[in-house]
Design a protein around this ligand. Structure first.
Ligand code: BTN
Length: 240
């Protein structure tokens, strides 16, 4: 992998998507100290204090149909969860679809964006992760919502070591992306939980019972119907 570093950039995902369209090869990695227009899921922005987070994107060119690119997100979430466990000494939970959390506070978010041709072929996938590493406190507006590695571990955590472990863990899963869904489901804290899924077409309350082949969350609603959820935000509810 080849790592390109930025002191400040608008978005490492935007950068790599542009590079992908110019023909850059698989394995290009972008890391930034600060982003001025960091992108989050569902059109949201991603804000992180300068120099305190790991803001990293990786360019992959997997041979996957567009509906299965979620496998790249899963592989990245698993690789980052392992990297945190190894370097920070605690195991974050995986929350569907793409969060690492500790006690329901967000530690990291993952955003995969694909370059897809007019006829539907996936030319490239850029997966970006923002991991809160050494934060000097939680801003008031994120209190009870976000956390950082140092706040959980009780000591500062080396971002470079986390980056190295993450890239190694992603590379190890790269050749067997098809198997990642099984590993992800086995480690997904959302499974078995009562959840509220905030979907574009309305909220759904039920129990998360499985993960489908494209990464969709299977939720058994209160009336017993099993609904496949492809997009939405999950809230883990207390058991009734
Ligand atoms: C989410 O909404 O949870 C996903 C957030 C993803 C943020 C990361 S930071 C590095 C990369 N560059 C971006 O612009 N976004 C991703």
């Amino acid at each position: 992998m080849r790592v390109v570093r930025f002191e400040t950039i608008d978005s490492t995902n935007r950068y790599l998507l542009d590079e992908a369209r110019r023909g850059a090869g698989e394995g290009l990695v972008a890391v930034a100290e600060e982003q001025t227009a960091g992108r989050g899921r569902r059109g949201r922005s991603w804000i992180a204090p300068a120099g305190a987070s790991l803001l990293v994107s990786v360019l992959l060119r997997p041979e996957l149909p567009a509906e299965r690119t979620q496998l790249v997100t899963m592989a990245s979430s698993l690789a980052m969860a392992d990297a945190v466990a190894e370097e920070a000494g605690f195991e974050p939970e995986l929350k569907w679809p793409n969060d690492l959390v500790v006690a329901d506070c967000k530690l990291a978010g993952v955003l995969s964006e694909a370059d897809v041709s007019a006829d539907g072929e996936v030319r490239a996938v850029v997966v970006g992760i923002g991991l809160n590493v050494n934060w000097r406190g939680i801003p008031d507006e994120l209190a009870g919502i976000a956390t950082a590695c140092n706040l959980v571990a009780g000591r500062d955590v080396d971002r470079e070591l986390v980056l190295g472990r993450f890239l190694a863990g992603l590379a190890a899963r790269r050749s067997s992306l098809e198997q990642v869904a099984t590993e992800y489901a086995a480690r997904l804290a959302t499974l078995g939980r009562r959840v509220r899924v905030e979907r574009p077409d309305g909220d759904l309350v039920g129990t998360a019972v499985g993960v489908g082949p494209a990464g969709e969350l299977r939720v058994e609603a209160v009336d017993g119907e099993v609904v496949d959820v492809h997009a939405g935000d999950v809230v883990h509810l207390r058991d009734a």
